[in-house]
Design a protein around this ligand. Structure first.
Ligand code: SAM
Length: 347
């Protein structure tokens, strides 16, 4: 096997075997990274030209009933300073975001029992009534089919639910027993059935992850063909059981962004905050590897630091919605341009 031949084959067929993906990961080197990047960027340009889509991220609550071992807002972390935004807070984030040019709002949060279907549907329908030209993305974790259906009927367009890892044994090393890969995948399938544009994804370098696990993630992405895919490095949080594990590699994250672009060329691929946090100019490197979405933070200034999934999470400067003009400058310096609009996936 030869990595360059495999990358060429992937670009032509959008598919490789599990062993071939594993080989590509184990053999990652400067030449294979550059080749995957050039083919990935070419594919993205054919579909999206040099446009980068922006999403205004609103972190609506850091209260969570789950206890994922990697996450700083897990329910067992007694040191987390908890908060929850009100409907008015969220609408004022949207007002600010709309005037800055955002046409997608992403409401993300822990699995906070306060956000019942009734509460979320009321917020979504109010946003859509006020701003009919925006898309609303939700990222509120696992819910029932009926619940997702109500959210969709209230006007939500997209749903982000990372699968976290496509290997059930690895899944059980990252989560307590009550959370299973089977249920996570069932949720993703339900979201798709209902009509959402659906996003999956995983952390790079999460504890106990092997190259075979990542190969399985790529195989899953190949079959699921997500509309969006969130891939960012794992970064430890000091008040979690994974505090002593190292951060995931930004280089491998960028290589995987290029491969995912080749696997499913129309995918909306964010250069994540975790990538921006893990390395200087991480976000630009993500865009140059094949990503085409950035998600600046629109949350109120006084809650941003509290949504601490991992330590040193970026939330200021070009990472914040206020820094939009500096983001425009940085992107234009590398040949890209922010597009105002909903930025739906091209089918
Ligand atoms: N509760 C929702 C869910 O489970 O999908 C949305 C919020 S959850 C905090 C969003 C994502 O953050 C997770 O899917 C996970 O991949 C990522 N995340 C959590 N802890 C992280 C860490 N320590 N490093 C990097 N990413 C992390």
């Amino acid at each position: 096997m030869n990595s360059l031949n495999l990358i060429q084959k992937l670009s032509e067929n959008q598919s490789l075997s599990l062993e071939e993906y594993k080989f590509l990961i184990d053999d990652m080197n400067d030449e294979s990274i550059a080749f995957a990047q050039s083919l990935g960027v070419e594919k993205r340009k054919e579909i999206y030209s040099n446009s980068v889509f922006i999403r205004g991220l609103i972190e609506i609550s850091n209260i969570c009933k789950n206890d994922c071992f990697y996450c700083g807002i897990r329910c067992s972390n007694r040191l987390a300073d908890r908060y929850r935004l009100t409907k008015e807070d969220i609408l004022s984030c949207c007002e600010k975001g709309y005037s800055l040019g955002f046409r997608t709002f992403v409401m993300q949060g822990g699995e906070d029992p306060h956000f019942t279907d009734e509460v979320v549907c009321d917020i979504v329908s109010s946003i859509k009534a006020k701003y009919p030209d925006v898309a609303v993305t939700l990222s509120l974790g696992e819910r029932s089919f009926e619940s997702y259906k109500k959210l969709y009927e209230s006007g939500a367009d997209r749903y982000l639910l990372r699968h976290e890892t496509a290997d059930s044994e690895h899944y059980s090393k990252l989560h307590p027993e009550n959370l299973t890969l089977e249920n996570r995948l069932e949720c993703l399938s339900n979201l798709r059935k209902i009509g959402f544009q659906v996003g999956c994804g995983f952390m790079v370098g999460s504890p106990y992850q092997t190259s075979l696990h990542i190969a399985k993630d790529l195989k899953f992405i190949e079959s699921f063909k997500p509309d969006m895919c969130g891939i960012g490095p794992f970064i430890p949080h000091k008040d979690t059981p994974f505090r002593d594990f190292p951060s995931g590699s930004a280089k491998l994250t960028c290589f995987l962004l290029s491969l995912v672009r080749l696997i499913h060329p129309p995918v909306l691929l964010p250069a994540t905050t975790a990538l921006g946090t893990s390395e200087s100019q991480g976000r630009e490197k993500g865009i140059l590897a094949g990503a085409n979405v950035v998600m600046p933070n629109l949350s109120p200034e006084n809650t941003r630091a509290k949504y601490e999934l991992y330590n040193n999470k970026l939330s200021t400067g070009a990472e914040s919605a206020n820094g939009l003009s500096s983001l425009k400058r940085t992107l234009s310096a590398i040949g890209y341009e922010i597009t105002v609009g909903r930025g739906d996936v091209k089918k």
